[in-house]
Design a protein around this ligand. Structure first.
Ligand code: PLP
Length: 227
């Protein structure tokens, strides 16, 4: 585990170097869905603090068992009735995809006296039926950007990319670039700051970094194949 994490940090540093970025601006989210807490603890011992989950119940259960300085990020599509499971437990939500969900999250956070939740708006950049997230349209994404920005307990960080799975990471590059441009445009049009881009997974994170990712979401390369 330690060696795998080191290998990824080295790859992050190399990718940052290739495009003249500071590696400190690139954060590693260890995607631990369907992995036992013992695996997360092994990564924790090796210094990893941010973990990504995409089942609300699983996030809530792991939250009880992990040290307080481990941060849980919810990265999957969140159904309204599951909001209560992650409010006050997750520090980040990578998959905000509607105004309704934004409003609901804000009121649950208010009720539970929780700290603001950092949010990314998920964009289904390849417009695939199999994926949640907003279509990559300026008007559609802007509407959710404005709503999230206006809610006191949501801390809008930026956009999250759900690109198509393509075996050659170079083929994913245009999708990452499209997300970055969409972010730049909306930021310019609205004046709302969106400093972060959540994009890149095990097989394509180096390309994502070259295209501006600040959070990469890596599962398999850290924890091995999921059952
Ligand atoms: C599972 C998952 C990942 C991690 O994928 P790997 O290929 O295992 O690195 C990243 N992002 C999301 C949204 C996921 O569901």
């Amino acid at each position: 585990m330690k060696t795998r994490l080191e290998t990824i940090h080295t790859a992050i540093a190399r990718a940052a170097d290739r495009c003249g970025r500071n590696p400190e601006g690139i954060h590693l989210l260890a995607v631990s869905k369907r992995k036992p807490v013992s695996d997360l603890m092994e990564a924790y011992e090796a210094g990893q603090r941010d973990f990504g989950e995409n089942y609300a119940q699983e996030l809530a259960e792991k939250h009880e068992e992990l040290p307080a300085d481990a941060h849980l990020h919810f990265i999957g599509h969140l159904q309204s009735n599951k909001v209560k499971l992650i409010a006050g437990r997750a520090t980040h939500l990578h998959a905000l995809d509607s105004v309704k969900l934004a409003t609901r999250l804000n009121s649950k956070l208010e009720e539970s006296d929780a700290a603001p939740l950092k949010v990314f708006i998920a964009v289904n950049v390849g417009i695939e039926d199999s994926k949640h997230g907003l279509p990559p349209k300026i008007e559609t994404v802007t509407e959710v950007v404005k709503a999230a920005n206006a809610l006191p307990l949501l801390d809008l960080r930026g956009l999250m990319a759900l690109p198509p799975y393509l075996p050659d990471p170079e083929d994913v590059r245009p999708y990452f670039a499209q997300i970055r441009q969409l972010r730049d445009t909306i930021q310019q049009n609205t004046g709302i700051a969106m400093p972060d881009l959540s994009m890149g997974m095990s097989h394509d994170f180096e390309v994502a970094i070259e295209e501006g990712a600040t959070w990469i979401r890596v599962g398999t390369a850290i924890f091995g194949e999921r059952l």
